[in-house]
Design a protein around this ligand. Structure first.
Ligand code: 5GP
Length: 210
């Protein structure tokens, strides 16, 4: 079986990246979503093991000590990390594994596993982003300001990504993301085992005709 692909999905808060990832998992079979560990508290509606594994500072540090993370980073006031075991298990089982993480983590994963695909999800323009942040209706002006401020900083890192996915129409965006990932399976680097196999087969056939 060929190994799955590791795919990082980042994007501004309000870019729709979580919705897109969720839709991808619902609509297609070959994906697995990595659930991160974090030291932040659960928000309303979030569940242990579904949205995150909620850890104390001590537990998180203990995971760092035993090298349990593929990457980890500090974002705002909290630590976030990708547990390695699940990712490796799913990749080995041929699944394409999605990591929904921020840029520092994305770059660490790319440095460690250069074949990783980095995708940045963005709304078509800044007005749409502000509208989405405001539209949730649950956030204060201060929170909206701080999210927009974070977006300005995150936008500075967009060029580090392999692909920029513009989320204008949700259905189209989910399809585009799926096609983009599946196309990566055709990359020569992903087909090394296949290449060796067909080279071997051809040589064997050539020899039978000698
Ligand atoms: P939130 O607290 O809103 O759920 O997440 C804050 C930020 O942390 C988001 O950009 C999210 O993608 C990112 N994040 C979530 N899990 C991880 C992780 O395991 N590693 C890193 N580096 N970032 C993460």
């Amino acid at each position: 079986m060929t190994e799955g692909l590791l795919v990082v999905i980042s994007g501004f808060s309000g870019s729709g990246k979580s919705t897109i990832t969720k839709r991808l998992l619902e609509e297609y079979e070959n994906y697995a979503l990595s659930v991160s560990a974090t030291t932040r508290s659960p928000r309303e509606g979030e569940a242990e093991g579904v949205d995150y594994f909620y850890k104390t500072e001590e537990e998180f540090l203990e995971m760092i000590d035993r090298d349990a993370f593929l990457e980890y980073a500090y974002y705002v006031d909290h630590a976030y990390g990708t547990p390695m075991a699940y990712v490796e298990e799913q990749l080995a089982g041929g699944k394409d594994v999605l990591l929904e993480i921020e840029i520092q983590g994305a770059l660490k994963v790319k440095a460690r596993r250069p074949e990783t695909i980095l995708i940045f999800v963005t709304p078509p323009n800044a007005a749409v982003l502000e509208e989405r942040l405001t539209g949730r209706g649950t956030e204060t002006k201060d929170v909206i300001y701080s999210r927009l401020h974070a977006a300005v900083e995150e936008a500075a890192g967009m060029e580090e990504y392999d692909y920029i996915l513009i989320n204008d129409d949700l259905d189209a965006c989910v399809r585009e993301l799926h096609n983009l990932i599946q196309t990566q399976h055709c990359r020569t680097a992903q087909r090394k085992a296949f290449i060796r196999q067909i080279q071997k087969e051809l040589t064997e056939r050539e020899e039978t005709l000698l």
